[in-house]
Design a protein around this ligand. Sequence first.
Ligand SMILES: Cc1cc2nc3c(=O)[nH]c(=O)nc-3n(C[C@H](O)[C@H](O)[C@H](O)COP(=O)(O)O)c2cc1C
Length: 239
Amino acid sequence: MLSRAQRSGYEAIIITVDTAVLGRRERDVRRGFTLPPKIGLDTFIDGALHPRWSIDLLRNKPITFANVAGVTDIDGTTAIALSDYVNTQFDQALSWESLEWIRSATDMKVVLKGIQRVDDAQRAVSEGIDAIALSNHGGRQIDGTIAPVQLLPDVVDAVGGGIAIICDGGVRRGSDVVKACALGADAVMVGRPYLYGLGAGGERGVEWVLDHLVSGMKRTMALCGRSTVDALTPDLVTF
Ligand SMILES: Cc1cc2nc3c(=O)[nH]c(=O)nc-3n(C[C@H](O)[C@H](O)[C@H](O)COP(=O)(O)O)c2cc1C
């Protein structure tokens, strides 16, 4: 998360509200994507084309699925299909009623991630949720769902001020953070950008991505003539 949330050191439990079923990711199916990755001919070719990455991979510990190693039957070393694993993890009974239990189990703030409709945002306010993340999970569940930044103005109109609003997805540059904040978001989330940084350069790669976002944000704000995030206003953005 960046911007206002970053400044206030926001700590929260994030509940993903609509991934009880894994979307059919056709490229994963076509390529037989497993955890950990299976080595095939294409992996060798790719490895040969990226020797530095391959040497680094060979010199380090094998990739395992740390989240599950030692916790479940899946020890993180046997290749399993991503969808098989995910389907064992999600509780399809999750509902608005589950919130009461979640709140009783923690003192942390609760964020609902996956809001895609104004009425759900309104419901989140009435349920006393601390923040909502407008999100289609990066379009990885259903393609063709509304982009969070397009939904943002309507949600801000309906519940702005009553709840923290996070815009999740599609943020690639600092200017994207500026657009979201100008339209009324309190923060943004990024998914793929930090993963790309992590894959390409480990911790330094993630730092590079964050620096890229922050410097782009500052530059865009300077070009807009605004010196604070609070001074960003919707009139700076046109669709
Ligand atoms: C590899 C990968 C795994 C993800 N896993 C989850 C997940 O388990 N739960 C979830 O709510 N979102 C998950 N997401 C979605 C991200 O949290 C985020 O909503 C999305 O990536 C934002 O879009 P962006 O990639 O354009 O920034 C995942 C995204 C990626 C790329």
